[in-house]
Design a binder for this molecule. Structure first.
Ligand SMILES: Cc1cc2nc3c(=O)[nH]c(=O)nc-3n(C[C@H](O)[C@H](O)[C@H](O)COP(=O)(O)OP(=O)(O)OC[C@H]3O[C@@H](n4cnc5c(N)ncnc54)[C@H](O)[C@@H]3O)c2cc1C
Length: 389
């Protein structure tokens, strides 16, 4: 590590890597990415890959739309892609208040150009023959929503980084800021711009830079069932059981399903919680009865990032004029490329055409980390507070 880079990006997950790529594409000559382990070793390689434009706020919609368009054009732009599959996503309603909230969201989403439709209960059952019939009061459906393959996304950004001449420094840890650059485990490097990412570790990265960044980490579990003819992808839209926080999608002839335990104290955790897995399986079997007797082919748990209001963080570091902070708030597959691009824009020009980032900065949090904004209503049931470090 020597000399001076035009930009140093900390963190080799989907946010940091795509941000480095966009900075280079914008014309910066020397972009260095420092990753304390290897590319993708954080949340980004372990995600479920769900990409939803049916956002709970206008910002969430715009970030989802931008990211989806990026996934669709990747092959032309970089010669490979993140494996985006347009599967269609159903958000079923189980109570009258679910219906009211869904209809309000649908009006907001439609005004922003999302082709979301209301399905009556019989249409929900027809569109999703694996769902136990007669369970819902209807739901919203968007055929353009889908999923990426998280490992393929890591491969895609690795190729993009290398092809565009970004200096990738794996096994190099960021240790803090110096007057004119950054300090790392391999020495100092000058930096015109610095972008801090870190997913569930962003609070720790921030502390190294003297910043308080209210991002936490919580265990999130995912499992994949065995194959079954009824789970053929042509018969299974993606589904988000919002009230329970359980989602599922087709995966290699079976179902991939995921959920976090909102009652569990936050913190790093990659151990599988068998009891909670049993609760997830029971909820899934109630709604998708064919899964009741199926074995599991894969199970994993990993630490997912979250912010107290479930919104991303994109903005300048207070008091540090060349440092930008970026976090996808637990939605880095869905919003990651857009957050990365907006962070690159903010670092370069102070604003972004992706969306107005002014309400997404660190200044929305008070000293205890509480957000002044209402939480995004469509999110996994994350804790509302950040655990003390
Ligand atoms: C099980 C699971 C399922 C998920 N499913 C979905 C989903 O379906 N849809 C969706 O939108 N999102 C999903 N997510 C969330 C998504 O994966 C994350 O929001 C996203 O990966 C965060 O990307 P990131 O680049 O900010 O963080 P990460 O991918 O965690 O990358 C941060 C990187 O920073 C590095 N780092 C940390 N400290 C330092 C340091 N001091 N110096 C250098 N490098 C450092 C870490 O090693 C890491 O590689 C899921 C997450 C999990 C865990």
């Amino acid at each position: 590590m020597s000399g001076t880079a035009d930009a140093v990006v900390v963190g080799g997950g989907t946010v940091g890597a795509w941000c480095a790529y966009f900075l280079r594409r914008a014309g910066l000559a020397r972009v260095v990415l420092v990753e304390k382990g290897f590319l993708g070793q954080g949340a980004s390689s372990r995600a479920a890959g769900v990409v939803r434009t049916q956002g709970g706020t206008a910002e969430a919609v715009r970030l989802g739309q931008w990211s989806r368009r990026f996934y669709l054009r990747q092959h032309d732009e970089i010669g490979t892609d993140s494996g985006f599959t347009e599967q269609g996503y159903l958000l079923p309603c189980f109570t009258p208040s679910d219906v009211g909230a869904a209809r309000d969201r649908m009006a907001m989403q439609s005004a922003l150009g999302v082709p979301v439709r209301w399905l009556r209960p019989d249409e929900v059952d027809a569109a999703n023959p694996t769902l136990a019939p007669g369970q819902t009061l209807g739901g919203t459906f968007c055929a353009q929503d889908g999923f990426i393959s998280p490992p393929r996304n890591v491969a895609a950004y690795t190729a993009a980084l290398i092809r565009s001449g970004i200096e990738v420094r794996e096994h190099v840890a960021f240790r803090g800021l110096t007057g004119s650059g950054v300090d790392t485990s391999r020495g100092r490097i000058g930096a015109g711009l610095v972008v801090l990412t870190g997913g569930p570790k962003l609070a720790a990265v921030g502390r190294l830079a003297g910043l308080r960044i209210p991002v936490g980490g919580a265990r999130h579990q995912v499992a994949v069932t065995e194959r079954h003819p009824e789970l053929d992808p042509s018969r299974v839209p993606m589904v988000f059981d919002l009230a329970a926080g359980l989602y599922w999608r087709p995966e290699e002839g079976g179902l991939l399903f995921g959920m976090s335990n909102p009652d569990e104290p936050p913190g790093d955790n990659r151990e599988v919680d068998e009891d909670y897995l049993a609760a997830m399986r029971a909820r899934l079997a109630r709604l998708v009865p064919v899964t009741a007797g199926l074995g599991l082919r894969r199970i994993w748990a990993a630490t997912i990032d979250y912010t107290p209001d479930h919104l991303p963080i994109i903005g300048p570091a207070p008091g540090l004029d060349r440092v930008t902070v970026a976090c996808a708030g637990g939605a880095g597959m869905m919003w990651g490329p857009a957050v990365a691009r907006a962070a690159a824009d903010v670092a370069l020009t102070g604003s972004s055409e992706v969306l107005d980032v002014s309400p997404l900065g660190l200044d929305r949090f008070d000293e205890t980390g509480r957000s002044r904004r209402a939480a995004d209503p469509i999110a996994l049931p994350f804790p509302e507070k950040i655990a003390s470090p």
